[in-house]
Design a protein around this ligand. Structure first.
Ligand code: GLU
Length: 264
């Protein structure tokens, strides 16, 4: 199936912990290098890109020598604080190789639901205007309720950012190919759904279950993000992030993964 990215060409790309890190929690260097290279190339082709990146807790946990993702909130916060430095250090260094300026933007959903939303909007606009790549994450040291609920807040955060900057497209890079009609990890006959025009109860049910060890999101949080994006006129794609070059396919006009078409 083919896909045309509308004229404005403003795109939000979200990448999760399970894509950025090995199952050990350590950074997947090859993948991250590929990802930054492909994003830089797409940006050079004239697209405006904002990146929403998880990975702070996972990288922080690995750096602090924890064997698994922490369960209590203060440890998660401490890991996020350590890991966020690691994450930005890595992005800054790698984007720098392609002469692209990385900018850290830490947000909470509270900020986006009061008058401070406009401040965020202005900063993001200015960063995009100046040609920088805003790299957004949840400010986990400040906003702890999502940490306690164990939901993949960055999927929703990515949709909120897409709405805030009037993006044309939101791409969620996941650790599976897209949305299946049932959980492909337990059912080998599961079929990939390539296009969703309406998020029905059946679609919501297909999304139950699949989640990963390192990150917090499964498919359910991605459907929530898709609802927000499509309701606001933004197409959303879920693609497999394990191969960053998949992004070229999208920008070349081919649909891989699952497209949630914007409501008209
Ligand atoms: N903000 C968290 C982190 O950087 C991740 C939240 C999520 O997985 O959606 O580790």
């Amino acid at each position: 199936m083919s896909y045309t990215i509308p004229n404005k060409r403003r795109v939000v790309i979200k990448v999760g912990t399970s894509t950025l890190a090995h199952p050990s929690g350590q950074l997947n260097i090859r993948l991250v290098e590929d990802l930054v290279k492909v994003i830089s190339d797409i940006k050079n082709a004239g697209y405006e890109i904002a990146l929403v990146s998880s990975g702070a807790i996972g990288l922080g946990a690995a750096k602090l020598g924890l064997r698994e993702r922490p369960k209590d909130t203060p440890t998660k916060q401490a890991c996020a604080a350590v890991g966020q430095c690691e994450l930005m250090n890595m992005y800054d260094k790698l984007f720098n190789e392609y002469n692209i300026i990385a900018a850290q933007v830490l947000l909470t959903k509270y900020v986006l639901s009061d008058e401070r939303k406009e401040n965020v909007e202005n900063s993001l606009e200015k960063l995009l205007e100046k040609g920088a790549i805003p790299i957004v994450n949840e400010n986990d040291v400040v906003a702890i309720d999502e940490l306690e609920l164990e939901v993949g807040e960055n999927d929703s955060l990515a949709a909120m950012v897409a709405c805030l900057i009037n993006a044309d497209l939101l791409i969620i890079m996941s650790d599976i190919d897209g949305l299946y009609d049932c959980d492909p990890r337990s059912n080998p006959n599961a079929k990939l759904i390539s296009r969703v025009d309406k998020i029905t109860d059946e679609i919501v049910n297909s999304a139950k279950g699949a989640g990963s060890e390192l990150g917090t999101g499964g498919m359910a949080t991605k459907i929530k993000a898709a609802k927000l994006a499509t309701r606001n006129g933004i197409d959303m794609l879920i693609i497999n992030g394990n191969r960053p070059k998949n992004l070229y396919d999208v920008f070349d006009g081919n649909i891989i993964g699952t497209l949630f078409a914007a409501e008209k």
